[in-house]
Design a protein around this ligand. Structure first.
Ligand code: DGL
Length: 271
């Protein structure tokens, strides 16, 4: 049985968990997802604060015997993943990073935008990705603090959030940007609204599918149904959601999960 842990500051990491759930399983699996809702938003916290949270939540997830940890948060990946790997050397740790490289390869205009939290935008990690892969591009940074709030409050319908998104997207009026990198796991939930506002020529890049691929590669897990006879027909999938915040609010938010045939439980933890 495959056991995967995921951590985000809130429900943003559901965009990664949803990507896991959209691929047919070839064996039983359990997903243990921690939303650190009691400490949200990470994007405005210090690096040390975020790292301490990650240490404590990773230790908690280890008690669930996870095979791998997906840091389903760009902010936590940027400030804490390298240190976590040192501190948990036997645990495969997969991070989430803004997809600067694919955007830089795909752009025709040479203008790409990355939307992320303040902390991710300031991070050495992002700036080194830009140095390595996008030196030939103009990289426009969009601070998405208000975007995180929209998703956490589930205002994700295109019509309810245009007013909040418009001012942050003015840069698209001034430059011929053709790639928008979603550098925060909350943001894929805003894609319907972004699609409506942005020029049709803009491609929106969500890294979720490639993170799932990387996690499975690390675990040497074959998820394609190449050998269907060797796998149970409907492998049992279990999802356990934990929150450090308000249980009722979090339960309401869990409707953003991809619908499917799995056992779901939702719990509050002190960690
Ligand atoms: N979902 C998180 C990320 O990917 C950030 C949200 C927050 O500010 O807590 O960066």
């Amino acid at each position: 049985m495959l056991r995967i842990g995921l951590i985000d500051s809130g429900i943003g990491g559901f965009s990664i968990l949803n990507a896991f759930l959209q691929i047919p399983f070839t064996q039983e699996a359990a997903f243990y997802y921690v939303a650190d809702s009691g400490h949200l938003p990470y994007g405005l916290k210090s690096d040390e604060y975020i790292h301490q949270r990650m240490l404590s939540l990773t230790s908690f997830l280890q008690t669930q015997h996870i095979d791998a940890l997906v840091v389903a948060c760009n902010t936590a990946t940027a400030v804490s993943a390298a240190k976590l790997r040192d501190q948990f050397p036997h645990l495969p740790i997969i991070g989430t990073e803004p997809a600067i490289k694919p955007a830089a390869l795909a752009t025709k205009s040479g203008h790409i935008a990355v939307a992320a939290t303040q902390s991710t935008l300031n991070s050495e990690r992002l700036n080194s990705l830009i140095q390595r892969f996008a030196q030939h591009c103009h990289v426009h940074k969009i601070i998405g603090t208000s975007w995180v709030e929209l998703v956490e409050s589930q205002k994700i319908m295109p019509t309810s959030n245009l007013k909040t998104l418009f001012p942050t997207l003015q840069v698209f009026d001034n430059y011929p940007i053709d790639q928008l990198v979603l550098g925060c796991t909350h943001f894929p939930f805003l894609t319907p609204a972004l699609d409506r506002i942005l020029p049709k020529s803009v491609s929106i890049i969500d890294p979720a599918a490639s993170i799932v691929q990387e996690c499975y590669n690390r675990l040497s897990y074959t998820f394609s149904n190449e050998e269907p006879h060797q796998s149970p027909e409907n492998p049992h999938i279990e999802i356990v959601l934990y929150t450090t915040g308000n249980l009722e609010d979090f339960t309401a938010q869990s409707t953003l999960l991809f619908p499917g045939n799995y056992t779901l439980s939702i719990k509050k933890i002190k960690a």
